[in-house]
Design a protein. Structure first.
Length: 346
């Protein structure tokens, strides 16, 4: 679906770009509506099913190979692959980050709960999102319940950093060009940054109650890009915390945003879907491809940036994450429909 929106320049997609295919997770036990994060490896894609307490393993042909059973009621959510090719998963409900072997067995587990001075009080930080440091081995995690950010060093020691914003609900982390880690505060409506030395900064987003979802690094420039779920905007922040926002050309008033990703040419893809808590009027869920020229803008005016809209087959999908795969295509998750999607680019 390619549409021309007022004030924007739309172009037709090349025939090899934008073909979308969905693959069902078919989670065992009939549990539904809890497909979350994905990690892209050289040969396989791994997807977390939080309420299913499993991780699914797909190949790049979209074939589901197996499920990895996680501990009962552990709530796997965040997932990543480090520079050694090791798979890590955050068990949000158990307050742990674990490393899996090639068979999906837990080979190492790290307690990331808060142990208070009396050693009798233990608080689950609820490690929601995990992000890989620029060094490829240090793992950062969001303390969703405690408004903290944590760091797991290569020696497996754990540090906790308290955010200044109470009930900030940090959910997503990415490494930046400054050598630090950047994240989103869903309830705090801010972008956070922690330097390698542990210096914390929080940068309020100009749009109030914007609910930032994901933040990713620009492919080459010293910027981070993020999505605002409720603000229905994408944002760009430089290493000094200066923010520029751009209105996304949504089709309906009840459209909201999920995540974003760059493709191999530097074009920016943004997930847009009908808010499942406000489903009327009914509409399509789609992914917008903004031409790479968006990265060169010096103002908040998108009128000269070509874009295309690509409808996904499912409706009411609640898209969640999107990442570039090692096959050159984009892969994404659908939380409510429990599907893994592929955008054909090569």
């Amino acid at each position: 679906m390619d549409m021309n929106m007022p004030g924007m320049q739309a172009t037709s997609s090349p025939s090899t770009v934008g073909i979308i295919t969905e693959y069902s997770l078919n989670w065992p036990d009939g549990k539904t509506a809890s497909t979350h994060e994905l990690a892209v490896g050289k040969k396989f894609i791994f997807v977390t099913g939080q309420n299913m307490h499993r991780v699914a393993k797909f190949d790049y042909n979209g074939k589901l190979h197996t499920y990895y059973d996680m501990p009962h009621k552990s709530g796997p959510h965040g997932i990543l692959i480090d520079k050694k090719g090791q798979l890590w998963v955050s068990l949000e409900f158990h307050g742990k980050v674990v490393r899996l072997d090639e068979e999906g067995c837990i080979k190492e587990e790290i307690d990331v709960q808060l142990h208070l001075d009396d050693e009798k009080t233990v608080i689950n930080t609820a490690p929601h999102g995990i992000g890989l440091d620029a060094d490829g081995e240090t793992i950062w995690f969001t303390g969703k319940r405690t408004s903290t950010i944590g760091r797991i060093k290569p020696d497996r020691s754990v540090e906790h950093f308290q955010l200044n914003t109470l009930a900030a609900l940090p959910i997503y982390l990415s490494a930046g060009a400054d050598g630090g880690i950047w994240g989103t505060e869903l309830f705090g409506s801010a972008i956070l940054n922690i330097s390698h030395d542990g210096v914390l900064n929080e940068y309020p987003i100009p749009t109030t109650n914007s609910r930032p979802i994901a933040v990713i690094a620009d492919p080459s420039a010293k910027f981070m890009w993020f999505t605002e779920e409720a603000g229905v905007k994408i944002g760009k922040i430089d290493m000094g915390g200066n923010i520029t926002e751009y209105h996304v050309p949504a089709l309906q008033k009840n459209d909201i945003l999920a995540s974003l990703a760059f493709d191999h040419e530097g074009n920016l893809w943004v997930q847009v879907y009908v808010d499942t808590t406000n489903p009327t009027p009914a509409g399509y869920d789609y992914i917008i491809r903004f031409d790479k020229s968006i990265r060169d803008l010096t103002t908040d005016d998108l009128s000269g940036v070509p874009f295309t809209m690509h409808t996904i087959p499912s409706k009411m999908s609640m898209m969640h994450r999107i990442k570039m795969g090692h096959d050159g295509n984009l892969w994404f998750t659908e939380m409510m429909t429990d599907k893994l999607g592929k955008i054909q680019l090569v």
